[in-house]
Design a binder for this molecule. Sequence first.
Ligand code: NAI
Ligand code: 13P
Length: 295
Amino acid sequence: MSIGVIGAGKWGSALAFALSEKNNVLITSRTPRDLDNFVTLNEILECEYLIITVPAQQVAAWLEENFVFKNQKILVASKGIEAKTGRFLNEIYEKYVPNENIAFLSGPSFASEVMQSLPTALVVNSHNKGLAEELSALFPSFIKTYTSDDVIGAEVSGAYKNVIAIAAGICNGLKLGNNAAAALISRGLVEMQRFGLSYGAKEESFIGLSGAGDLFLTASSRMSRNFRVGLGLAKGQTQEEILVALGEVAEGIGTTYALHDISVKHDLYLPIAREVYLMLEGKNPNESLKDLLTN
Ligand SMILES: NC(=O)C1=CN([C@@H]2O[C@H](COP(=O)(O)OP(=O)(O)OC[C@H]3O[C@@H](n4cnc5c(N)ncnc54)[C@H](O)[C@@H]3O)[C@@H](O)[C@H]2O)C=CC1
Ligand SMILES: O=C(CO)COP(=O)(O)O
């Protein structure tokens, strides 16, 4: 099997490592890396399977400038909503890849634990059941895979949980306690489910790995970059300072801006996402958390 991974950041590298248990895996990224299996993008585009980890805010430009569809079977492994337009990843990809050739990966999965071959469970989501099963079979024994046809449920879950993780990081940074964290996370789950259902997502996705699973992981651990964004906001750092210290992608920021625009446009009630947006724009985190957690 030839699999090409696009993006040699944390997640691309971890997926390349995991998938190499059963397959021949090549990897590429914008900046050349000194890796045995590193090749050019042109070579990657010849692979039968592509795993794409280009972050949500960059993917539209990346596809326009670099992508050539050659009937590859594609697994999108990024999580986020485009801030500029409010588009979900499946809407961005639909201009370049037919529906039957594309799937979306979801579920709780810190790259660093995948890199250590620790047990992980993921969901491959596609409108093409056969493709979801084919892609699932590529994963190694330490990754248990499930399939689903709820693409929008997976996408909303994967993107929205990052926003709730920012809120949970703020709650932790402000030392508001475990009761407050549990309240925020469970209200967050309700909020993201309500949002997803309005887009036609399936209820079950939110109580499974894609929703609750990924939310619990990300919103309760300092290993999450989005949680660490929240810790930084609680300390009074600016977005810029936080991102410089992080040195990696935190998709929750762009997704918060996307959710804000969507909620204004469609008059949706998204209280946690709204407060995260206001804090990113400078509102005092103590005020925001008080507004969220008290009567
Ligand atoms: N790290 C993790 O544990 C997980 C990450 N993800 C998702 O995977 C995606 C990538 O995350 P990471 O690899 O962790 O981030 P990272 O910060 O480690 O790496 C980002 C990657 O994106 C590439 N990239 C950035 N801007 C680009 C552009 N303009 N054009 C082309 N490539 C560009 C970089 O070269 C790099 O390979 C994100 O959507 C993230 O939410 C999903 C599950 C787990
Ligand atoms: O999506 C993830 C785990 O499933 C990674 O979360 P962070 O991007 O917040 O580190």
